[in-house]
Design a protein around this ligand. Structure first.
Ligand code: ADP
Ligand code: MG
Length: 337
């Protein structure tokens, strides 16, 4: 007789959770993405001890019915793609159908959700259902993650200080707010408000909420278009500089991405306007046919592969450089030493 057997679902979920749920910030990211995909206009994130004790996300999106509320915790269960064709036309932030399954396998979850017609309450522990009943009819979803990594002690031990974990989550929420200025975000930590945006739809107001009014006043709007891509956003005047590229926020079709070459192109667009080692503050929204963008590179969906990259880089460089040249005083020339 063979010795191979199929793992049960909680076990296989726990294994893939290693990639999807690296730290509290990854949980916040997946849950906020779900809230955005559900069409929410207001999203609240409540953390206790940087999320290690609890993470709660309350949205006013479309909610789920009772069947979906249970199914949502199964691996590969998603309402966002149905076939291979859809995989190349992704317009939602989620599509892998594994976040809730992974998160639930390494924590204790309570979920209240309602689509307006019915309300459902579900409780899970370590990936297993422990309670299910009818619940409130408030439309939207309220999901709480308690004791993250309670059953994976090695991962728990690996967490950095609470301050470091919190810093990552604040950074993440700032990017969501910049990318979705039409959504009112509120981030609370241990009962204190850390970030609150109005949801007015103006990026400039979000810039003021995050970086302060004085900085926001020195951010210039830009816009450009090529055959396949559209870029828009805000770029700081050369008098504002930062020590690193962390202030260059890149979004591709609404998704915050990390892309070294694009960030570098943004920096190059400022060449001779900024001292070489300094960086600007930039919000860059890139829009293109989802067909041109491959986000299926890593479970965290933060890396992206782009087609027609050269065309895009030229567009970014040209658009930002034109904008900065039109408002800046004479370029600073870096004299060779
Ligand atoms: P994915 O987002 O990749 O589809 P998830 O595991 O994150 O996978 O979620 C599974 C499904 O649960 C989603 O496709 C969606 O239908 C539903 N869901 C999750 N969170 C919410 C929410 N906040 N509001 C409405 N539906 C949700
Ligand atoms: Mg998701």
């Amino acid at each position: 007789m063979g010795i191979i057997r199929l793992m049960d679902e909680p076990l296989s979920n726990k294994i893939s959770a290693g990639e999807v749920v690296e730290r509290p910030t990854s949980v916040v990211k997946e849950l906020v993405e779900n809230a955005i995909d559900a069409g929410s206009t207001a999203i609240e994130v409540l953390l206790v001890e940087a999320g290690l004790t609890s993470i709660q996300i309350i949205d006013n999106g479309e909610g789920m019915d009772a069947d979906d509320a249970l199914l949502s915790f199964s691996r590969h269960a998603t309402s966002k793609i149905a076939n291979e064709h859809d995989l190349f036309r992704i317009r939602t932030l989620g599509f892998r159908g594994e976040a809730l399954a992974s998160i639930a396998s390494v924590s204790k979850v309570t979920l209240h959700t309602s689509n307006g017609a019915s309300g459902t309450f579900v409780k899970m522990e370590g990936g297993r259902l422990t309670e299910q009943r009818a619940g409130s009819l408030r439309k939207g979803t309220d999901i709480k993650i308690d004791q993250l990594f309670f059953n994976t002690p090695a991962r728990l031990k690996y967490m950095k200080t609470l301050q470091t974990e919190l810093g990552h989550t604040i950074d993440l929420l700032n990017r969501f707010a910049l990318s979705y200025p039409g959504i009112a975000f509120k981030l609370m930590h241990d009962g204190r408000v850390i970030l609150q945006t109005s949801g007015s739809g103006e990026i400039k107001r979000v810039l003021a909420d995050i970086y302060g009014v004085a900085i926001a006043k020195k951010m210039i709007p830009f816009e450009g278009q090529s055959h396949d891509y559209k870029v828009s956003g805000y770029a700081s005047l050369p008098e504002i500089t930062r020590a690193n590229k962390n202030y260059i926020s890149l979004f591709v079709n609404g998704r915050w991405v990390k892309h070294y070459a694009i960030a570098n192109t943004v920096h190059k667009a400022y060449h001779t306007f900024l001292p070489l080692e300094r960086q600007p503050i930039v919000v860059l929204n890139i829009e293109g046919d989802p067909y041109l963008t491959d986000v299926n590179v890593h479970p965290s969906k933060q890396q992206i592969r782009l087609s027609k990259e050269k065309e895009l880089m030229e567009l970014i460089h040209e658009t930002i450089r034109r904008t900065i040249s039109s408002v800046a005083r004479a370029p600073i020339i870096d004299k060779p030493k």
